[in-house]
Design a protein around this ligand. Structure first.
Ligand SMILES: NC(=O)c1ccc[n+]([C@@H]2O[C@H](COP(=O)([O-])OP(=O)(O)OC[C@H]3O[C@@H](n4cnc5c(N)ncnc54)[C@H](OP(=O)(O)O)[C@@H]3O)[C@@H](O)[C@H]2O)c1
Length: 305
């Protein structure tokens, strides 16, 4: 699925790409009319960008706070308006940091946060949600995820609590994370379980396990998957991979953009790379308008079985 860039976003894109989009230099003032399409995905009835921004380590001193804020704002201006955090990232510091960024941009941001598996008993999900809303200084989450699996016997209670939060307007949709196919099947057995909007799981060229059965299962049930660590994660980064770099050179973009374009290639996956660097975020945003050729997909398939 694709979405047109508006004029402002398109000019920001062009500036960010240093006019590296094919044929751009020749387009001159008619460029806005030929704005590229951005890859997007339908998530619980809402169109979201196929590449968002992860926030696990943000606001915790990995980069200077102003640099991380600039990175997030760069991503927002280039269309990466989905932001993923969790109540437990940096013991709440990721959410607190994001409240700074969201202050002027909440309505155009699709905000995702998470509740922990050990918080689900009693009214634990509601309490965790209130704490996240307070840290984020917002009245609602677009999506609230259960961060990790719970025993199947607890799923009905989890769904009931999520649905209460939805009815109260504190969350607009809910989903899960790190669920395997068997647990997804169990979830769909409980009342309201099929309202699950997504499953956020590890997926990258270096970790294709979900292609075995989870990805097809989700596709069959019309549910997009959210891919975390899509660049391979901190200790397994794909960003210097020679195959990706060669394909990137052909498109005038980075290896990271190619890795992300590969991750979202089906139109059913949302990738949430994290970056606290504006330059890296610019590179990642290029994936929003990058489509890999069939022979490039085949080359990646051969390199990363
Ligand atoms: N649900 C879960 O259990 C779960 C688990 C893990 C992660 N997540 C979510 O997924 C998000 C992303 O996952 P992740 O952080 O594990 O892995 P990732 O996004 O694959 O990798 C992040 C690393 O890549 C670097 N990077 C980003 N863009 C780059 C570029 N263009 N060139 C070179 N390096 C680049 C970042 O450093 P710089 O900051 O220097 O750019 C950072 O070190 C997290 O923030 C979190 O929101 C969820």
């Amino acid at each position: 699925m694709n979405a047109k860039l508006n004029r402002r976003q398109f000019h920001a894109h062009c500036a960010a790409f240093g006019l590296s989009l094919p044929g751009m230099a020749a387009l001159g003032s008619s460029a806005a009319a030929a704005a590229p399409t951005l890859h997007s995905v339908k998530l619980a009835g809402v169109t979201v960008p196929a590449v968002g921004q992860g926030a696990w380590h943000l606001g915790q001193g990995r980069h200077p706070a102003d640099v991380e804020a600039a990175a997030l704002r760069t991503g927002l201006s280039l269309g990466m308006t989905l932001i993923d955090t969790s109540g437990n990232y940096g013991a709440g510091r990721s959410e607190q940091f994001l409240s700074r960024i969201l202050a002027g941009d909440r309505s155009r941001t699709y905000l995702v946060s998470k509740v922990e598996a050990d918080e689900v008993t009693g009214d634990g999900i509601a309490r965790a949600c209130d704490a996240s809303l307070a840290r984020l200084s917002t009245g609602y989450l677009d999506l609230y995820l259960l961060h990790a699996p719970v025993p199947a016997a607890q799923l009905a209670g989890v769904v009931a609590q999520f649905e209460q939060l939805r009815a109260a307007g504190k969350i607009r949709a809910w989903g899960v994370s790190n669920f395997n196919t068997a647990l997804m099947q169990a979830l769909f057995q409980v009342p309201g379980g099929s309202r699950c909007a997504t499953n956020q799981v590890y997926y990258s060229l270096r970790g294709r396990g979900i292609e075995q059965d989870l990805l097809p299962w989700c596709a069959q049930h019309g549910m997009p998957v959210m891919a975390y660590s899509p660049l391979g994660g901190d200790h397994n980064l794909l960003t210097s991979d020679p195959v990706l770099m060669r394909i990137g050179a052909a498109h005038g973009c980075s290896a990271a953009a190619v890795a992300l374009a590969w991750t979202i290639r089906s139109g059913k996956v949302i990738a949430i790379p994290e970056s606290g660097s504006p330059e890296h975020t610019r590179q990642n945003a290029a994936a929003l308008s990058l489509t890999l050729a069939p022979q490039q997909l085949q080359a990646l398939d051969a390199a990363y079985r």
